[in-house]
Design a binder for this molecule. Structure first.
Ligand code: 9MR
Length: 379
């Protein structure tokens, strides 16, 4: 359960601070009580947040106060995904997405569309026929085109850019085996970009993925971007999701990927920023010596009430370090978006196991900015 980065953090913090100073630092603002995150960041990059439906519909008024004060960009956490917006062939559910776009426009928030083609949260009907067998390439192309034209077309001119394809490259740089890939091969990606561009020629188009520090995926994504560009297709940015943990990824590997993507001529966006404060659950070493169930749960969900100061300090220092990295590269970073408003909203409370109490976001459960956010505001 030991966190690997306790020793290296102080030196990286200093490096980050030097980087920020070298770039002139974020614009100073007044006090944490009167300032805001977006004012502090100024025009370096957009600072956004994902909204759930309680928020985009206006029911979570406390969260909306935070959004309007601190952020200048929004994205739908779920309601624009194909399973939500297009649950059955020929039937769309636009109410939630409409509310989100209206909210953005009414409050001067830049709206990003997430996401058009993704194997997950794909409605059951999309890639199969009535017998449940995979559809032909022609049918899948037609369905993709109809879906993309309808959704992008509906918000034409109102959504700044779309995550066109999400999570299509795996860690060895090859294509993920999904219904899209199985039926259409690599071609499904250029097709999706082409359809999106035809539906709204002015919209920016992005490729979005997670675990982007991984060298194999980095190379695969670079290859993909170059191929799209060589074919004359529009791609404006690579979205690096930025789901971080206390012991992953290595910040230098993350930075190497930022630079590799930017070197292809596209911008970089941190599209789903959060950082779990809980033990990482990927290594069997975490659990091998815990036999008792209560001890097991306690070990995996160690802070059900509050984050101990020592962990909070490490969490805030590491988030600040990443923020400083984004500022250092604000010539290529055009948007940084948190994946949720407050800790209570975060998907990390239920992933990779349900029922944990995590502390992954920029605002706590009482809607208050985390210490590193206050620091940015008052810098
Ligand atoms: O945060 C989203 C969560 O509420 C959904 O249950 C989940 C379904 O897969 O998707 C989450 O958002 C994902 C995003 O759309 C794409 N990147 C990974 C995010 C976390 O799973």
């Amino acid at each position: 359960m030991k966190l690997r980065n306790t020793i290296i953090l102080p030196s990286l913090w200093v490096l980050g601070a030097v980087g920020v100073l070298a770039c002139g630092g974020v614009r100073p603002s007044a006090t944490a009580d009167e300032g805001s995150l977006k004012q502090a960041i100024g025009d370096r990059f957009l600072i956004g947040t994902a909204l759930n439906v309680r928020q985009s519909s206006g029911r979570d008024t406390a969260a909306l106060r935070v959004v309007k004060r601190h952020f200048n960009a929004i994205v739908a956490e779920n309601c624009m995904k194909s399973a939500e917006i297009h649950p059955e062939e020929g039937r769309y559910h636009f109410d939630d997405a409409d509310a989100l776009v209206n909210l953005g426009e009414a409050n001067g928030l830049t709206v990003t569309g997430h996401c058009l083609i993704w194997h997950s949260q794909l409605p059951r009907w999309f890639a199969v026929d009535k017998e449940g067998k995979p559809v032909s390439a022609e049918v899948l192309k037609a369905r993709m085109k109809e879906h993309i034209s309808t959704v992008v077309g509906r918000y034409k001119g109102r959504i700044k850019g779309w995550d066109v394809v999400n999570e299509a490259i795996v860690e060895d740089g090859s294509y993920r085996k999904t219904p899209f890939y199985d039926i259409l091969g690599e071609e499904f990606i250029p097709l999706a970009f082409q359809y999106a561009h035809e539906a709204d020629p002015d919209a920016e188009l992005y490729y979005n993925d997670y675990g982007m520090d991984n060298p194999g995926r980095r190379d695969g994504v670079v290859r993909l971007v170059k191929q799209l560009k060589e074919r004359g297709l529009r791609i404006d940015a690579v979205g690096m999701q930025g789901h971080l943990g206390m012991d992953y990824p290595d910040i230098h590997a993350f930075e190497t990927s930022m630079m590799a993507f930017a070197a292809t001529g596209v911008k970089v966006m941190i599209t789903e920023w959060d950082m779990s404060a809980l033990p990482t659950l990927t290594r069997s070493a975490n659990i091998s010596d815990i036999s008792d169930t209560a001890a097991f749960r306690q070990a995996l969900n160690p802070y059900p009430v509050a984050l101990p100061d020592s962990v909070s300090q490490r969490w805030n220092a590491r988030m600040k370090e990443f923020f400083n990295l984004f500022v250092k590269h604000s010539d290529v970073v055009t948007r940084v978006t948190a994946w949720g408003v407050t800790d209570g909203d975060s998907w990390k409370n239920n992933f990779p196991m349900p029922g944990r109490h995590d502390y992954a976001l920029l605002f706590d459960r009482a809607y208050q900015p985390k210490p590193f956010v206050k620091e940015i505001i008052t810098h």
